[in-house]
Design a protein around this ligand. Sequence first.
Ligand code: PBG
Length: 347
Amino acid sequence: MTFPTHRPRRLRQSPAVRRLVRETHLVPSQLVLPAFIREGLTEPLPIGSMPGVVQHSLDSLRRAAAEAADAGVGGIMLFGVPSVRDAVGSAADDPDGILNVATRAVVAEVGDALVVQTDLCLDEFTDHGHCGVLRADVPTPTPHGAGAPRGASGRVGPVVDNDATLVRYGAMAVAQAEAGSHMLGLSGMMDGQVAHVRAELDAAGFTDTILLAYAAKYAGAFYGPFREAVDSQLTGDRRTYQLDPGNGREGVREAVTDVAEGADIVMVKPAMPYLDVLAEVRAAVAVPVWAYQVSGEYAMIEAASAHGWIDRRGAIGEALLGIRRAGADAILSYWATEAAGWLRDGL
Ligand code: PBG
């Protein structure tokens, strides 16, 4: 049936009607605030490429967590920036490492009001910036690559050693659980990481620690500002472990695999360039599906708004709602606390 029988505009005629027929809603508890804690800071330090976001000191992190809780935000995801790095990321599973210290502080401050989550990956802690430990038998070429020796496999490095990295993730998981983290965000994209971490946690008695698997995490340019935020040491890229932007089915496969390995929640990341993957993952699994609105997505809207080229609040609200509409049950967003404030009045 067509016009004049069908007049879809009937349902758009007033704010009251539009509100009543809106399909997708966003509430503060569906937002998670990612936050950076840097070792040794006494004052928060602004991050140039993420206006409004800082590297926190312990005190400012506690305050940010309390503000998020007051705003009704659902959780906080902590990232650590250590002052000393090494090849295996030793600070990651050190109980006195900055991320574990910060976790204890945040849990003590807001542990009943927010789900306290920790990033489980080595990239912030390694001196080469990769998400895992490197294979010693594969040579790394000189900057110009000329005549670089090749390993027995014929490959040139750096090559991240999957199974050796799992051992490090297992130790890191137990250290984070001991520090009181409620949920571990497995963001390293190693094969088998969910199964391995689940087994290590269970063996140590942490059967209640929740696993959020960054199941479909794509390699690309949208993490640029984050690399500044965590003072990343990476040269090169992560294309041997993060997904190729052209591959949607592979993202679904990763999510299904992670659920089979025991993931409690799966995530798609970045969010906006991958809404199709988000929708397909939502249809393929029965666990909660989250999305990460990453640093580059944040920086683009902030930069355009600062120029007066886009309406900031409108763009943020539309981006968050679009991510929900595509299938995200919850969203990691650097705007979580601010947006939660707006949501009290309705987006
Ligand atoms: C890895 C990790 C990254 C992000 C979250 N966890 C960076 C990467 O893969 O290089 C990016 C988040 C963002 O860009 O906001 N520990």
